[in-house]
Design a protein around this ligand. Structure first.
Ligand code: AMP
Length: 281
């Protein structure tokens, strides 16, 4: 595994490669990231992973500072999986050049997480676009766990006619059902148990939750989630995955999207939950 900390050296090594499979991450690697990397390895023998905690996608400095950092362990994991290239850029390496593409921010960025983390998606598209301009990968591996992020990046790639194919990767979950996330490291044992209860409740009551929201009784759902241990619920919505709009008719397929905190006074966790699509009528 070759490690690069600047794009000049990286480019010297990869500029002739035509089949790069790129997996961008913010590190503190777990089974979710590893599943993306393994999928990339099946497709290509030119796998490039990046680790970069992008300050521009955080809404608060505090959150950025607190984000888990485990570089030495990450390097060990990546060596063991045998990827070809690891890119660990500095802030300057990523941001001190003028990108060719214009950032395209799909309207989908205005709802769900976009409402609660105002500059988040523009920060995400900005950094991913820069990575794509530096690396020019043939494939880009992204997790469905961050469905909204994946979808917004796809729109940007299509709009700018970027020649990179995006590969959607399924969500890997903990035994209790919650999606594995680097942020889960910040949860206590009890909080993890509560997150599992919340997952189970939503999964088992998908239809009921839809009808509560549909009949203007979302507060009852929120009350229940708080009883189960959620600290604050940013949103809980039923989304029609085809139109990417809030689902307001029981005729359509939908997924439940929730973002909630678990923790004491200052929320520590931001957890997304996407459930499998199921026709409800
Ligand atoms: P992050 O390091 O959180 O920026 O994630 C890097 C990539 O891994 C993103 O495309 C995520 O959607 C994906 N990812 C993170 N957690 C999971 C998971 N539990 N299952 C599948 N993909 C994941």
């Amino acid at each position: 595994m070759k490690i690069f900390k600047n794009k000049k050296k990286l480019n010297r090594e990869i500029s002739d490669l035509k089949k790069i499979a790129f997996v961008p991450t913010m590190g503190a690697l777990h089974r979710g990231h590893i599943s993306l990397i393994k999928k990339a390895k099946k497709k290509s023998n030119q796998v490039l992973v990046s680790i970069f905690i992008n300050p521009k996608q955080f809404n608060s400095k505090q959150d950025y500072k607190k984000y888990p950092r485990k570089l030495n362990e990450d390097i060990k994991i990546l060596k063991k999986i045998k990827i070809n290239f690891l890119y660990l850029p500095t802030y300057r390496d990523i941001y001190m050049f003028k990108p060719k593409n214009k950032i395209y921010l799909d309207n989908f960025s205005k709802i769900l997480c976009g409402k609660f983390r105002p500059s988040h998606f523009i920060g995400v598209v900005n950094v991913v676009n820069r990575f794509l301009e530096i690396i020019k990968p043939r494939f880009l591996y992204l997790g469905l766990k961050d469905f909204q992020q994946l979808s917004i990046i796809k729109s940007h790639v299509i709009k700018n006619k970027i020649k990179t194919e995006i590969i959607d990767c399924p969500t890997i979950r903990e035994g209790n059902g919650m999606a594995i996330s680097s942020r889960n490291l910040k949860l206590t044992k009890n909080q993890l148990i509560n997150a599992g209860k919340i997952y189970k409740f939503i999964k088992q009551n998908k239809k009921l939750i839809f009808y509560k929201i549909y009949n203007n009784k979302k507060s009852e759902v929120i009350e229940k989630l708080i009883k189960l241990g959620a600290n604050k619920i940013d949103y809980i919505e039923c989304l029609n995955l085809n139109t990417k709009k809030i689902c307001n008719s029981p005729k359509f397929r939908f997924n439940i999207f929730i973002s909630y905190y678990i923790g004491n006074v200052r929320p520590v966790s931001y957890t997304h939950l996407t459930l499998p699509t199921k026709r409800i009528v």
